[in-house]
Design a protein around this ligand. Sequence first.
Ligand SMILES: Cc1cc2nc3c(=O)[nH]c(=O)nc-3n(C[C@H](O)[C@H](O)[C@H](O)COP(=O)(O)OP(=O)(O)OC[C@H]3O[C@@H](n4cnc5c(N)ncnc54)[C@H](O)[C@@H]3O)c2cc1C
Length: 304
Amino acid sequence: MSVLRPFALYRPATLAEAAEILTRDGPEAALYAGGTELLLVLKAGLLRVRSLVDLKRIPGLGAIARDDGHVSIGATATHRAVERSPAVLADCPLVAGVARHVANIRVRTTGTVGGNLAFADPHSDLATLFLAFDAVVRLQSPGGERDLPLAEFVRGPYETARADDEILAAVRLAPWPAGTAGAYMKFGVHERPTLGVAVALMRAPGADAVADCRLAVGCVGPRPQRLREAEGRLRGVSLADLARHADEIAALAARDVDPADDLHGSAEYKREMTRVFVRRTLLVAAARAAGQDTHERYPHTILV
Ligand SMILES: Cc1cc2nc3c(=O)[nH]c(=O)nc-3n(C[C@H](O)[C@H](O)[C@H](O)COP(=O)(O)OP(=O)(O)OC[C@H]3O[C@@H](n4cnc5c(N)ncnc54)[C@H](O)[C@@H]3O)c2cc1C
């Protein structure tokens, strides 16, 4: 780590003003929110900038609100704000629960949702979980606004579909229907998760079979994935019978995941861990659907 090089700090009052500075200074400028990633990168000399554009003082950019049946989380909302947001707690309680387990209290208090998604670190809980909420990111530039599904926004490690002059303004989540049983399980021995699995099981009122579902796995590869074939296999399965199918569905998920070797382990190890954790998360969600609690606890594992 070296000391920071000199830079100009801009504190725009509007998103439009921020976008203008970004366009004017091009690659010499970087957006700055909580700084929990950016300062590390700058101090390590991996990025050199002449100007930082601080987004935190833009009024309303951290707002969390219900919007047309969705929950909209503004880019500068911190993890802590998400954890405590009445809208998130009411409409997407699992998201509040996961926010409570991101990083440590220092990062949760300063780190933002926009910074997490825009940085595209592969070891992100939010990018994984939000796929299970059909998340859409809203990008703003001097040319206007566009919405992009999160699945298309995150392209790979530290790479997104964001153009140089675009600012991530908000992410919109589609809450699950009432009665959905969900679970998020993450495992890790380092600060950031090695693996995250999000599951949602939806049923028609009074029915026992899975009418619709979400299964997302992240942190094991270059970007989080929805596992569509495993989801297809889940649909129609009776919840009372899910334990009998869990091995097969977990094996499908492990087959389709795209793991990569890194500090957290080999691709082969992560494929196997995907199988184990998809199975466990499915069983937890099924138990919750049946109104039971699951008392199993595993080392280095957080269950939300
Ligand atoms: C020790 C540690 C542990 C962590 N553990 C976890 C974990 O368990 N789970 C997890 O999900 N995450 C984890 N993280 C990641 C954490 O969530 C992010 O560091 C944080 O949310 C980033 O937000 P920030 O506001 O600090 O981003 P910054 O550092 O300010 O910015 C990060 C990057 O995003 C860009 N950027 C910021 N805001 C925008 C915007 N609105 N539009 C476009 N680009 C933007 C910046 O230019 C920069 O490139 C961990 C991080 C640390 C340091």
